[in-house]
Design a protein around this ligand. Structure first.
Ligand SMILES: [Ca+2]
Length: 247
């Protein structure tokens, strides 16, 4: 498998860098996209597999993912900085250990609504984290239209104990007060996973929760779907996709 060391794209004030991955297997250290003021950088994942210890999408960075391609995209840490740009087609999936979303502009990270986010977790004792980014409007479908809502969220690993936290460390909803929440259309929590919601709300439309799943700091809340709304029919396909993408 080819390997990159740390990768920096668009890191000087006048730099413009663009990388496309179209196939093959690639591993890398930390990949930084446009993390220096003035630098412009894009990473377009069109196919193949990429495993990296981290991806930082800086204020001049753009991450783009094509959906339903063969292969896997894994970042131990995925960081979307305040002005980072993220787009994803339907069917896109990313596996992470930690998802840090510092964006306050949902239009810049419009890929979230198409993204299946698989928070795998790592060894026992190492926490995995995901940032709550949505305005908490309660158990209402309106929350699913929040620009930071996720298409799918998968927590834990098959048959392995994992601890995962939902955090609210960044003010993604400028001008609002109160703890932010996470809204997801489809939620999967694998058996033997401990989920700490840290008193933030996790709302879901559909859920599969395994045996021996334990919750700390609250429990996920079901959002009833009004009959007139008619959300996505291909939910089952998404579930299969999420499982297939697992490492
Ligand atoms: Ca937040």
């Amino acid at each position: 498998m080819p390997a990159w060391g740390g990768v920096v794209i668009g890191e000087t004030e006048t730099a413009v860098g663009a990388v496309q991955i179209t196939g093959g297997d690639l591993s890398a250290g930390v990949v930084r996209l446009g993390t220096q003021s003035g630098g412009q950088a894009s990473l377009w994942i069109r196919g193949g597999s990429l495993w990296a210890s981290g991806l930082v999408v800086g204020e001049g960075g753009r991450l783009r993912i094509d959906g339903f391609h063969d292969g896997e995209t894994y970042f131990s840490d995925l960081i979307l900085d305040e002005n980072g740009d993220f787009s994803a087609e339907p069917g896109s999936a990313i596996s992470v250990n930690r998802f840090c979303n510092r964006s306050s502009d949902p239009t810049a990270v419009s890929g979230m609504r198409n993204l299946w986010l698989d928070v795998c977790g790592t060894n026992v004792g190492v926490l995995a984290e995901v940032e709550a980014s949505c305005l908490d409007v309660g158990a209402d479908v309106a929350g699913l239209f929040d620009g930071f809502a996720l298409r799918g969220l998968e927590l834990g690993e098959e048959d392995v104990f994992r601890m995962i936290k939902l955090l609210d460390e960044f003010d993604n909803q400028l001008g609002s007060t109160g703890r932010e929440a996470m809204y997801v259309y489809d939620l999967i929590i694998h058996p033997d996973t401990q989920v700490d919601l840290t008193d933030a709300n996790l709302y879901y439309l559909n859920a599969t929760i395994g045996e021996n799943v334990t919750f700390v700091g609250g429990e996920p809340t079901w959002v009833p779907e009004p009959a007139c709304v008619g959300f996505f029919a291909p939910g089952a396909a998404w579930l299969l996709l999420g499982r297939r993408r697992r490492r």
